[in-house]
Design a protein. Sequence first.
Length: 312
Amino acid sequence: MPENSKILVLAGGIGAAKLIRGLIEVLPQENFQIIVNTGDDIELFGLKICPDIDIITYTVANLVNENKGWGFKDESFTCLNILKKYYGFNWFNIGDKDAATHIFRTDLMSKGFSKSEATKKICDRLGVKCDIIPMTDTWVETHIITPRGDIHFEEYFIKYKTNIGIKDVIFRGIDQAKPVKGVLEKIKQAKKIIICPSNPIVSIKPILEIKGIRVALKEVKDKVIGVSPLIKGAPVKGPTDKLMKALNLEVSSFGIAKYYADILGHFIIDIRDEKFTSKIENLGIKTYLYDILMINLQKKVALAKYILNLDI
Ligand code: GDP
């Protein structure tokens, strides 16, 4: 399939997965190349765990637990119970099937395969036809600076359930991080680029900060379409508001548009946020109103169709 007919998608985890589920109902999977955040990746129990890559992979493979938004459906946790005994900590959850993914990835990477190569093998085995690409093969870790010190994002999210103050957000290793080979060309050639309704601070920003990606997107901003992760000034789920507030950003669709203004040609906000339209248009971003709350498959597909049909 020619690169210039493909759709490039920037994705985090749960918010992105909802839209991607819709996108692959509208067009065959081969049309999509998905660049996924790896800042949340963590090594636990000696296993290399990539939460966002796994959410997206399981979603495309139609294996994800839709209620939780992560992990496999029909999961059991027997292995985790024993791991907890051995390691003595209990804040991170890994299902038995999920553990198999982490074991396979860790095994491949210990044999010299890169994260992107391991991802490709996992996708092949699970029958995924989209091109799922980690934002980098280099080590990057998102850390939250709290009054109690520096913690990994997964600790902030799961162990502390986001109930801890935020002084700053940093991406360890980002200065050395390079995009996976071919990604900058894919940005140039893609027919459309979609920025998913993901957390702008901890899911999309790390991708944008990988060397060359933000610059490449700026050059093609006329084909970049964003979808707001905020509706009526609030996230549908997760700590997007807490993180934006901590970084002194306005918690609204306008705040998101301003944050992405240099790379965004088009922005889809919720019909309930009509009041922001002219302010966003004044940033030079063409603004569209649609129902962007994806409460079921029908809504996911409707939003996906709307985006794919935009005549840009
Ligand atoms: P995470 O890495 O698992 O936190 O997932 P993401 O970064 O991809 O997504 C988190 C963001 O998704 C939050 O800001 C949510 O508000 C947003 N989100 C979740 N569900 C929806 C939805 O149905 N519609 C929109 N527009 N945003 C959503």
